[in-house]
Write a new protein. Structure first.
Lengths: 409, 522
């Protein structure tokens, strides 16, 4: 025993434990693979479209058109991690949009109150689903299958014929940019430059702080060379996106579109919630092993309920943006939104069996789908074929994930 | 049997690599026909890998060396190839479908057909024949889910018998069985050998079983064959020598020396009753009374079905059964645990049995599992202090000698003993006053067991009251101060561990005579 003992003590004495670069790259190949895939898809379509894909205004359009997927995928990610599924997103978007449009047109609510109303309805629907799943035990698949029918039906009742939305402020959400308080700097929008620079500084500062904290507490850290490599790539990516955004827009406005701010804030808040809070840990624990979670004192019912509550909230935000973009509510709005969100999660490496998944992964998954969509439509490919290709990509992504896991095991 | 020179199986210079890792370095084994041949070694020594090489799970060409079976060199490409030669492997995790009947499971993948349809009558008839051979008295149409693990094991053997088995390989067949069922199973294998000439290879951790049943033992350590020991009446197994070969270092004592410092009463259970979850008329705990003092290690012994785990689970936030009643006292004050959370908050921790099902999130890291039950203390306004979390996980990784390069390793990649250490770390991190350990060393190797006994001793020394539920009597005798025995939901004895032995414990475990009420508490 004493031999084993002294070996353990010796290891603890080392000043700074660093993992080797090779170990890190191999260990994280799966999580970085998805980013690599996105870059490949972008480069391929950049070439195929003769450089039109990364035209600044096309990039802005990419975010504006795919905002609903990005936002719904955040909620769907948590739902899938916890081994549930939500099939009702599209129907709920249509229903909430219908009520929002009705509120502005017929009840005379202003844009702000209409949005609040839409969010409240979203939370109520989330609570409805959460109640059945968490406290009655109806599987999420069945609950939200019911929800899909219920809210599509109610959407048809509310917005049988389409309801137009004309409020200019409400419309601006999906098509306008953040104001350029400092004007334009030559060709460039000041808001994009400022946010870009702040983002770069923040990323560097956070990485270094994390590393220093770990060293201070004697925990193993990644080698400096790896951290620098990561930072260089991150900074280059942010700088390039900043450049594209700064060039976007028209004579009167440009830079960062409003939807991007909304998406950014949601990603930030939910990333923090999933990674740094007890709630997030509970979501992963419930999905990874529900029995062990219960026996560790986690209120799994409350966790499930909150997951669907969040899903309802995020669906309502997706509904606001969709209504703003389409400028009218119809019964057919939001068809297959849930499928896009589910596909984004799976492409982004979320485990079909639950327990595993990340927000960056799901976001990149959504962007890969968005780029495919946009690239193919710039090339003039028929929408039917776009759908077919997207379907194949989803299967290929999950297959790759499973095969690569099998090799490792 | 040992003088029999008819060799059925020879594996020569087997080398198996997984990428850069060499799992088997140079393994040589010789098995004689009609032997019960035991393979033992620490977890991760390469026993299961070797059996997978033999049965064709790893096809010919993915390993080096040759397998000579029944006089011919074999090149198995699939399990079917080896099965057609009469080699059948029964894995530790049984390959049975719970919601299919015994009969359907026996013929799964091997159905008897009449045209394109399954001939159920013929299957039932044949099933009854093999079930009779293994002594399984059940209706062949009973669902697997409705019979116990011991009987499920018999179904697996019956299944093997339908395949005309000559060489039966059993991987940890008794790990999930109580002593009684274990010996029944070993008797059965002995009988199959005598009556049907079957040769058996048994991978086992239980040394007393090896001593009682095997004709030869092969020790494997770190992917190499270390020693081959023949056992017969004149040469009984020297267990200490065997252990030395397994771990490669002398273990003078399988249990650490420990001087208990027992203080005042910490926890007391009075007249605890709980009913079966499906059958409300059936009492699973019948007026269970027990107590445990500060610094004391108390064992709970009983056969499977005695209600040990059920009693503990029903107390721990009502996680088992219905209508649980009775009184609980913690440090003299009456307490109530309506939920797991409330039990943990009061300082009661319960490391459950079956770590993969109830203990760990195998997808999560060592860090995430270690902190899971103490996130409340590690967070402020719901935000986790990650630095603190990492510190604690790292602390227990080094203190418990968990073999893993970092705390960021998924717990699913660890061996059984190391997984168990993570489960212990999770509960020790909650700073429990009362720590209940349910089968803390099941299915883990001797070295890791010793580590865990040391951890238990340290916790008791630090002032925790420890309750150990275990099916291994030598373990309870080796580490406990006091032992309660249970039989059919009743506490039947409260004995001093230093002045009792296995025979006495077994007598109390098999007779449902309640303990004298004046002697139930220490």
């Amino acid at each position: 025993m004493s031999a084993a003992n002294s070996a353990a003590v010796k290891k603890g004495d080392d000043k700074v434990e660093t993992q080797s670069l090779k170990e890190l790259l191999l260990g994280n190949a799966r999580s970085y693979g998805i980013f690599f895939a996105l870059v490949v898809v972008i480069i391929v379509f950049q070439i195929l479209t003769g450089g039109r894909l990364l035209n600044p205004n096309n990039v802005v359009a990419l975010f504006q058109q795919n905002a609903y997927v990005l936002i719904a995928a955040i909620g769907m990610l948590m739902v899938i991690i916890a081994t549930h599924i939500d099939l009702s997103v599209g129907s709920v978007v249509a229903f909430i949009g219908g009520v929002g449009a009705l509120a502005m047109k017929n009840w005379g609510l202003n844009w702000f109150l209409a949005i609040m109303l839409m969010i409240v309805i979203g939370l109520a629907i989330g609570a409805w689903h959460g109640f059945w799943v968490a406290y009655v035990g109806v599987p999420g698949f069945v609950t939200t299958l019911g929800g899909m029918l219920i809210f599509r039906g109610l959407a048809t009742v509310v917005a049988g014929e389409s309801i137009p939305v004309s409020d200019p402020t409400f419309r601006a959400i999906s098509k306008d940019y953040l104001p350029n308080v400092f004007g334009f700097w030559g060709e460039f929008s000041s808001n994009a430059i400022i946010v870009g620079v702040v983002a770069i500084v923040l990323v560097i500062w956070m990485q270094l702080r994390k590393r220093n904290n770990a060293i201070k507490n004697g925990l193993p850290v990644q080698p400096m060379s790896f951290v620098v490599l990561k930072l260089v790539i991150a900074v280059a990516a942010i700088a390039y996106v900043t450049y594209l955004l700064a060039c976007s827009g028209n004579a009167t406005q440009g830079g960062i579109p409003i939807v991007m701010l909304i998406i950014g804030v949601l990603i930030g808040v939910y990333w923090f919630a999933l990674n740094r809070t007890v709630y997030g840990r509970n979501v992963y624990a419930v999905g990874g092993n529900r029995k062990a979670a219960i026996l560790s004192g986690i209120d799994t019912k409350a966790t499930d309920f909150k997951i669907f509550l969040n899903m309802g909230f995020l669906t309502s935000i997706a509904a606001v943006i969709t209504l703003s973009r389409l400028a009218s509510a119809t019964a057919q709005t939001g068809m297959e939104f849930e499928m896009d969100a589910i596909a984004a999660c799976f492409i982004g490496g979320t485990a079909v069996t639950g327990g595993i998944g990340t927000i960056p992964g799901a976001m990149v998954g959504a962007l890969i789908m968005g780029v495919l969509n946009q690239g193919l439509s710039i090339m003039g490919v028929d929408a039917a074929w776009v759908k077919t290709i997207k379907g194949l990509v989803v299967i290929a992504a999950v297959a790759y994930d499973l095969v690569s896991k099998r090799k490792k095991g | 049997m040992a003088t029999n020179n008819d060799v059925i199986l020879q594996m020569n210079h087997i080398v198996k690599r997984f990428g850069p890792v060499t799992a088997l370095k140079d393994v040589n084994i010789t098995v004689r026909r009609g032997q019960i041949f035991s393979i033992c070694g620490e977890n991760g020594a390469g026993k299961s890998t070797l059996m997978n090489v033999l049965s064709g799970v790893y096809p010919y060409g993915t390993y080096e060396g040759d397998i000579v079976y029944d006089g011919e060199t074999c090149k198995f490409r699939t399990i079917r190839d080896s099965e057609s030669k009469g080699i059948v492997i029964i894995h530790q995790e049984l390959a049975l479908v719970p919601y299919m009947s015994i009969q359907e499971n026996i013929f799964l993948g091997n159905q008897i057909r009449k045209g394109i349809a399954i001939d159920t009558d013929a299957q039932r008839k044949e099933a009854l024949r093999v079930m009779n051979l293994v002594g399984l008295n059940e209706n062949p149409d009973t669902l697997i889910a409705n019979i116990g693990v011991g009987k499920q094991q018999l179904v697996e053997i019956a299944k093997a018998l339908t395949k005309d088995v000559k060489l039966l390989i059993l991987d940890e067949p008794t790990a999930a069985l109580n002593d009684e069922d274990s010996f029944k199973l070993l008797d059965l294998i002995d009988q199959l050998r005598k009556e049907h000439g079957i040769t058996a290879i048994i991978i086992s951790h239980k040394l007393n079983e090896i001593a009682a049943s095997a004709d030869a033992v092969q020790v494997i350590r770190d992917g190499q064959t270390i020693s081959h020991i023949d056992i017969d009446a004149e040469h009984p197994l020297d267990q200490d020598a065997l252990i030395r070969d397994m771990v490669g270092r002398p273990l003078t004592n399988r249990y650490p020396d420990h001087q208990s410092h027992i203080g005042a009463e910490m926890f007391r259970m009075e007249n605890w009753k709980c009913h079966h979850p499906l059958d409300e008329n059936r009492l699973v705990s019948k007026d269970v009374c027990m107590n445990v003092r500060k610094g004391e290690i108390v064992g709970v012994a009983g056969l499977v079905g005695a209600g040990r785990t059920e009693t503990m689970m029903s107390m721990f936030g009502h996680q088992y059964g219905t209508h649980a009643t009775g009184k609980l006292y913690l440090e003299g004050r009456e307490v109530n645990f309506p939920s797991v959370r409330s039990a943990i908050d009061h300082g009661v921790a319960y490391a459950t049995e079956d770590r993969k099902v109830y203990g760990l999130n195998l997808m999560d890291t060592i860090r995430g599992n270690t902190s899971l039950a103490s996130l409340k203390a590690l967070s402020k306004f719901g935000v986790i202090d990650e630095t603190q979390e990492k510190k604690i996980a790292e602390k227990y990784r080094t203190e418990f000698r968990t073999k893993a390069p970092t705390i960021e390793m998924p717990s699913g990649n660890l061996s059984g003993g190391n997984q168990q250490k993570v489960v212990l770390a999770k509960w020790v991190a909650t700073n429990p006053k009362v720590l209940i350990l349910d089968e803390p060393t099941r299915g883990i190797d001797v070295g890791a067991k010793y580590d865990i006994y040391e951890i238990i001793d340290q916790l008791a020394d630090a002032g925790s009251a420890v309750i150990v539920v275990s099916s291994e009597l030598p373990e309870l005798l080796g580490i406990c101060d006091r032992i309660y025995t249970m039989c059919n939901g009743t506490i039947t004895a409260n004995v001093d561990a230093k002045s009792t032995d296995q025979e006495e414990l077994m007598r109390y475990m098999t007779a449902e005579i309640p303990v004298d009420p004046s002697k139930v508490y220490a």
